[in-house]
Design a protein around this ligand. Structure first.
Ligand code: FAD
Length: 324
């Protein structure tokens, strides 16, 4: 089997990103999964065990004092170094802001083709990697491949719920040589405070979103109450954001965040194609809307035709009764 590189993001405090399990699982579907990480010299202790538990058969630790101090450059160098050493058939990264930049720069540097925002992968008969895309608001599934490879693939966060079997990885540690003079430098880093204590929308396993149907910023609290009952993240339609019910960072859709949770609950959202583009790959979609002809019901697995202010409080009571 050919090697497949999975670039793993690590937070400034050394925690693996939530995208890591799916990236390694996707790499395992295509070949031998190799986790590539960048760290400060000597900081990689413990990473191999964590990545092995997620299924990495090899862990490629690229060390540099510039890690975390330059944007993307260390990860691009790490992938370049690993690709030269291991000749992968594909390189998979998260479809996050940071890794998308890495993917683009690595693809340009190596002349490789880029498959962006795939929701799944499979191997072609000739052994090449196929990226599966969900396009036009999820109305079509498109398969794409790159000839000649390797393909550089960005994987939509939350889209793949398969997991690779745990492995005992071999570990390779290399020192990176980075020309930091040409890189955008990070001077200071401030963690964004969400303050809500709720899961982050990106990568959440459950999402409750509210739309214009909530009617006001005050009544949008109903969305948050249901989200809290379910332990879910809070999302919104653009109309709800534009009306000031919630901040823009919660917008789901074409011009917002793309989510692919196990459960997506849409409250008072009509289901415009631009909204569906950001949530249609959710595993189970529940919609509550008083208009039985609302397009959201075309993609919903379960639909309730009714007023959110009547239905949702009952739903919250039922959920709380079950958890007591
Ligand atoms: P509406 O379409 O007004 O729907 C409100 C729904 O609430 C209706 O179906 C109504 O029946 C229901 N309702 C009302 N009261 C109640 C009640 N009491 N109980 C139950 N149901 C009730 N939109 C996004 O969401 N995300 C995007 O990223 C995005 N990007 C866009 C990009 C472009 C270029 C453009 C042109 C548009 C974009 N839009 C986006 C906007 C999109 O076209 C829709 O306008 C928007 O999604 C509508 O939001 P909504 O469903 O909340 O509002």
């Amino acid at each position: 089997m050919t090697n497949v590189l999975a670039l793993i993001e690590i937070s400034p405090t050394g925690v693996l990103a939530t995208s890591a399990p799916a990236l390694i699982a996707a790499a395992a579907k295509l070949g031998t999964p190799v986790a590539v990480v960048t760290t400060h010299p000597g900081d990689g202790t413990g990473l191999a065990a964590q990545l092995g538990a997620l299924g990495a058969q090899q862990v490629y630790i690229a060390e540099s004092a510039h890690v975390g101090r330059v944007i993307a450059a260390a990860q691009v160098e790490a992938l370049t170094s690993a690709a030269q050493a291991l000749e992968p058939s594909a390189v998979i990264v998260a479809n996050s802001v940071e890794s998308r930049e890495v993917a683009g720069r690595f693809a340009v540097r190596t002349g490789a083709g880029l498959l962006a925002d795939v929701v799944d992968v499979r191997v072609n008969d000739d052994g090449s990697a196929v990226g599966i895309h969900s396009v036009f608001g999820g109305a079509y599934t498109v398969e794409a491949t790159v000839h000649p490879g390797p393909a550089v693939i960005t994987l939509r966060q939350g889209a793949l719920d398969e997991r690779a079997a745990a492995a005992t990885p071999t570990v390779t540690t290399v020192a990176l040589n980075i020309d930091a003079g040409n890189s955008a430098r990070i001077d200071t880093l401030h963690a964004a405070e969400s303050g809500s204590g709720r899961p982050a929308l990106r990568g959440a396993t459950s999402v409750v979103s509210g739309g214009r149907g909530l009617g006001s910023r005050e009544d949008f609290v109903l969305v948050e109450r249901l989200a809290d009952a379910l332990g879910a993240a809070v999302g919104a339609s653009r109309a709800a954001v534009d009306a000031g019910y919630i901040e823009q960072g919660s917008q789901v859709g074409q011009t917002g965040i793309t989510v692919s949770p196990q459960l997506y609950v849409a409250l008072g959202i009509s289901g415009a194609i631009q909204h569906r583009a950001g949530m249609q790959t959710a595993k189970t979609i529940v919609a509550i809307n008083k208009d039985e002809d609302a397009p959201i019901f075309d993609v919903a697995d379960f639909g309730i035709v009714g007023d959110v202010f009547t239905v949702v409080p009952q739903l919250i009571d039922a959920i709380q009764a079950r958890s007591n």
